[in-house]
Design a binder for this molecule. Structure first.
Ligand code: GLU
Ligand code: ZN
Length: 319
């Protein structure tokens, strides 16, 4: 593994000023082992962090227990190690942080910003229209007098102000939450805290300055910025990366039966990942060590080469 001296010299080698206080992260959900799709987010966020002389944290997003696959967080972490990716600070697990999310909900409730929603799935589908991210909730329960948040799901009130942000890769993105998303869920009726809430609380608490992740989450970012504003948090810089899709245009994931990442040849996988991200690793790297790969990658990483398409077909043979 590269030692610290190498990493600290990096800004000098690249002749760029070290951006003090860059802190990135990789936040996998333990719904299966690492596959090529999640490797892209891991490698992209790692290279961005390290090429800025920054820190890279790993957070396990394990709130959705019904979807969790036993031992997968352990396996993901071991794969990252085999791939030579070192995280700074201890790994945090969202499942251990539920009290914090509850406190945030309590605070939002005191401010009258959330409400319980007891609509059934059927009621929601008959009263809503399809949006970019599921059904646009019609706000049926917004004005219920009964304000007992132990009932049903908990939703946050949205408004029609347009949320705008500059994505490092895709440029200006804007969204009108009320029209395009609707009041969204912060705690599901099965009492599981929603990703949108937990990710915002944790990115803030962990002092994340730069979020690098798949473009499938571009549409979630305005919701997260909205929550950050309500909670008085700083909004990090966002850079989304193209998502690897199969020949049917589906995101590589456990659901689409994406092949497990074979880390018996880690360099081959890493080369596949940087290739996907538009970089041009020399063919000789294939036979080299993981350490030599990262040395090459730290020096040659150029995010301007990443294709600006939201999805890219992944051809396993191109590796
Ligand atoms: N846990 C999310 C996922 O695996 C990623 C969350 C994020 O990077 O914000 O898709
Ligand atoms: Zn409702």
């Amino acid at each position: 593994m590269l030692n610290n001296i190498d990493l600290h010299l990096l800004p000098l080698i690249k002749n760029t000023p070290s951006v003090l206080g860059y802190r990135g992260r990789f936040a996998p959900s333990p719904t299966g082992v690492l596959h090529f799709g999640s490797l892209i987010a891991a490698v992209g966020s790692y290279l961005e962090a390290k090429s800025h002389g920054g820190e890279w944290l790993v957070r396990i997003e394990d709130l959705d227990k019904p979807r969790e696959v036993a031992a997968s967080s352990y396996k993901i972490l071991r794969s990252l190690e085999t791939l030579g990716m070192e995280w700074d600070h201890e790994v945090i697990y969202q499942d251990q942080r539920k009290d914090i999310y509850e406190d945030v909900l309590t605070m939002l409730n005191r401010r009258g910003l959330i409400y319980p929603c007891t609509c059934t799935r059927k009621e929601i589908s008959s009263s809503s229209i399809a949006g970019i991210s599921g059904q646009i909730y019609a706000g049926t329960c917004r004005n219920n007098v009964q304000n007992d948040d132990r009932l049903g799901a908990v939703r946050i009130k949205t408004n029609s102000n347009v949320i705008e942000f500059e994505d490092t890769l895709y440029g200006l993105i804007n969204q009108n939450l009320q029209n395009e998303i609707g009041d969204f869920v912060l705690r599901r009726s099965d009492k599981i805290y929603a990703y949108q809430l937990a990710v915002v609380v944790d990115d803030s608490e962990q002092g994340i300055t730069h979020v690098v992740r798949g473009a499938d989450l571009l549409d979630s970012t305005p919701r997260q910025i909205y929550l950050q504003k309500l909670l008085g948090y700083t909004t990090p810089t966002y850079m989304h990366l193209p998502v690897a899709v199969n020949s049917h245009g589906e995101k590589l994931s456990k659901q689409t039966k994406a092949a497990h990442l074979d880390v018996s040849n880690p360099v081959k996988q890493l080369i596949g990942a940087v290739n996907f991200l538009g970089q041009e690793p020399p063919t000789e790297l294939v036979g080299e060590s993981v350490m030599s790969f990262w040395k090459w990658a730290f020096i040659n990483w150029n995010p301007r080469k990443i294709h600006k398409k939201r999805t890219i077909k992944f051809q396993p043979n191109k590796v």
